[in-house]
Design a protein. Structure first.
Length: 261
């Protein structure tokens, strides 16, 4: 039995999320059907992380097992032949039997993209969230710094979150701007359900002046979801990918992931 890892990007707006769900269009479901057509047998795909409905991915990593003998080019191009336009397999490579896309990941990165101008966009659509009030980078950076390290993020996860523990470690938060676009990047060992969208909602409240940077301390310490900002839309959220120890030789993320559109 061979184990194959694949890199995947997708535009998530038309999907009910990553995970296979009966009678719903999901990313995992489409990929398993496409890879199964190439393998000529049923394929069970395990991803590095799950994304919600409407969330995009720039570098999802997944693995599957197969008895089929195919070149890596055949897995990539063959799968894409069977996939819809909003999913693409970007690479494939053989990995040892102990490699696991989810459990071998050292950390994960998410990005949130905001278009910040006075009028809506006819071009960006569901690829970025729209904020019409000006944002203050210094205030948002001060607030984001309060999230670094290990915390109980109960106040910033959804009521539907199934994680056994609300404790997570945020390693870095980077807020950058290019023209009218803001990019929020979060690096953590793992994320809770809606955690990034809830954090961005809080940071935007700070950035528009509705709350102070110190308010985020109060939110986290409260462990009460009702104390935080409303959950932001999935439109601007991208799973930028997991990363692994060097011996696994998983390809680095594509430069195309840096900025959108």
């Amino acid at each position: 039995m061979n184990r194959i890892a694949v890199g995947i990007e997708y535009h998530g707006s038309a999907f009910a999320g990553w995970q296979t769900q009966e009678k719903l269009r999901t990313v995992q479901g489409e990929l398993e059907a496409a890879l199964g057509a190439v393998a000529d047998h049923k394929v069970d795909l395990i991803g590095a992380g799950r994304t919600d409905a409407g969330v995009h991915a720039r570098e999802q990593v997944a693995h599957f097992e197969t008895q089929a003998a195919r070149s890596m080019r055949a897995w990539t191009l063959g799968a894409n032949t069977h996939l819809p336009a909003d999913i693409s397999v970007t690479w494939a490579l053989p990995v040892p039997a102990h490699f696991h896309a989810r459990y071998c990941a050292q950390a994960r990165t998410y990005r949130y993209l905001i278009l910040n101008r006075g009028v809506r966009s006819a071009l960006v659509g569901d690829r970025a969230a729209a904020i019409f009030k000006p944002l203050d980078q210094e205030r948002m950076s001060q607030a984001a710094a309060r999230l670094l390290g290990e915390h109980d993020f109960s106040a910033l996860r959804s009521s539907e979150c199934q994680a056994a523990s609300p404790v997570r470690t945020i390693r870095a938060v980077e807020i950058t701007r290019r023209g009218a676009y803001w990019r929020f990047e979060f690096d953590a060992n793992a994320f809770l359900h809606h955690m990034v969208r809830n954090i961005v909602g809080c940071l935007v409240m700070v950035g528009t002046g509705a709350r102070s940077p110190a308010w985020l301390d109060q939110v986290v310490q409260s462990k009460d979801r009702k104390q935080a900002a409303p959950t932001f839309a999935p439109d601007g959220l991208y799973f930028a990918g997991p990363y692994y120890d060097a011996p696994h030789a998983i390809p680095e993320r594509s430069p195309a992931a840096d900025w959108l559109p």
